[in-house]
Design a protein around this ligand. Structure first.
Ligand code: ZN
Length: 415
């Protein structure tokens, strides 16, 4: 009996032990497969500013966006741990950045950068996965981002003799990341789509090139060029709080999509607006309203200027005709007085081109200056509306009042 009891006990003990080991193994496998750790790498830092714009440095923008992105993950994607390669303005050697990611067995590595070009026109965002390229444009981007290693000590040793000036020549380079290529490209595609939908930055697409910062990372890894610091308008956006939040929110939403894809889970992905602090949104709204108002004012000013110009042109053409004496001038006569009154008299306010002539001992007051009887007739209504009820059209030739019959004769001769 005693023997039997101890046998059962040992059996149960073994069962529990095995069960325990199995459960631990299963849990380990589960956590290994789950997407729960990521590294955000803010490009450049310290004495390596990266690209320099008119008003800003790449290292500052990449850090600001990285910190905003990390905060969003911590707040809204609680089962994903965030690691940074830097959280302050300091230099971290490029090989150490992927080392940090490997050390913690991160599931995703995101390096954030700004593009630049000697030509100020290029703009837009692009996301890179590691890979060989012969495309000149991609090589240029890689060379720029890789050049930081030239000032690192022992860079040849740390980067296996890689030539940062000829990233197209190193086949070894693309082999490191081959196992993670699919995941990297899948995520890169989501980043570009989110950036395109949620920011004004245009889409330059998903690309591949050899970047040393991604070289030895043992996980899906991308390098996002969030925009051109060399483009005046885009630099302004990259520097703005709203721009940085919109970019961070776009990358955050791509991370949510990646987690759903990897872990086969459903996530209610927060909207971009819900990820941006209210005061930043309010300020942006104020800026947009002020811009709208300024634009409307400017349009009104241009419209008024054009109208004034057209009116002046008309006056000029009539005046020219008058001085050359070969054309007919139509005016609207609205008063007749014994006394001569200044044309700027208050009684004439609202009337244009007030002019007077003497006839039969009376001063006749006219307004308007037109090349056709029709235009003058239209103006009569306005003059009557200003209280001069008896206004009517008169016609002059060479400064002399003539009849409409004479005017018609002149017209027919001219034609
Ligand atoms: Zn960069």
């Amino acid at each position: 009996m005693v023997k039997q009891t101890s046998f059962i006990s040992v059996f149960f003990l073994l069962l529990c032990l095995c069960g325990g080991i199995y459960a631990t193994m299963a849990q380990q496998a589960n956590t290994q497969n789950k997407f729960d750790k990521l590294v955000i790498d803010a490009g450049h830092g310290g004495d390596k500013p990266g690209a320099v714009g008119l008003l800003s440095k790449e290292k500052d923008i990449t850090l600001a966006v990285s910190l905003k992105l990390g905060k969003m993950i911590t707040e809204h994607l609680k089962d994903v741990e965030v690691y940074y390669t830097r959280v302050i303005d300091k230099d971290v050697e490029l090989y150490k950045r992927s080392q940090i990611a490997n050390k913690i067995s991160a599931d995703l590595f995101i390096s954030i950068h700004c593009n630049s070009s000697a030509n100020k026109n290029p703009k837009g965002s692009e996301t890179f996965a590691l890979g060989l390229t012969k495309a000149a444009q991609n090589l240029e981007v890689a060379k720029k981002e890789n050049k930081d290693i030239l000032s690192e000590a022992n860079y040849e040793e740390n980067y296996d003799g890689f030539d940062p000036n000829a990233p197209e020549n190193d086949i070894l380079f693309s082999l490191y990341q081959n196992a993670y290529m699919e995941g990297s490209l899948w995520f890169a595609d989501k980043v570009q789509k989110q950036l395109t939908v949620n920011t004004p930055v245009s889409n330059r697409g998903v690309k591949q090139a050899n970047f040393v910062v991604l070289l030895k990372s043992a996980m899906p890894s991308v390098l996002v060029e969030i925009g051109f610091i060399s483009n005046k308008e885009e630099e302004k956006y990259l520097m703005s709080e709203i721009g940085q939040y919109e970019i961070a929110a776009s990358i955050f939403r791509a991370i949510c999509e990646y987690k759903m894809h990897k872990d086969n889970v459903k996530i209610a992905i927060p909207s971009v607006a819900s990820l941006i602090p209210k005061d930043v949104l309010d300020k942006q709204q104020q800026i947009e309203e002020a811009e709208k108002l300024a634009k409307a004012k400017e349009e009104e000013r241009i419209k008024k200027e054009n109208l004034e110009r057209a009116a002046q042109q008309q006056r000029d053409s009539v005046m020219n005709a008058q001085t050359s004496g070969s054309e007919l001038i139509y005016r609207v006569q609205f008063a007749s007085m014994k006394t001569k009154v200044s044309t700027s008299d208050a009684r004439f306010s609202g009337l244009e081109d007030v002019w007077l002539y003497e006839f039969d001992g009376y001063w006749k007051y006219c307004a308007g200056l037109f090349a056709t009887q029709k235009e003058a007739s239209n103006y009569v209504q306005k003059v009557r509306g200003l209280g001069h009820k008896d206004a009517f059209v008169v016609v002059f030739h060479n400064g002399k009042r003539i009849s409409f019959e004479q005017a018609r004769e002149f017209e027919s001769k001219k034609n």
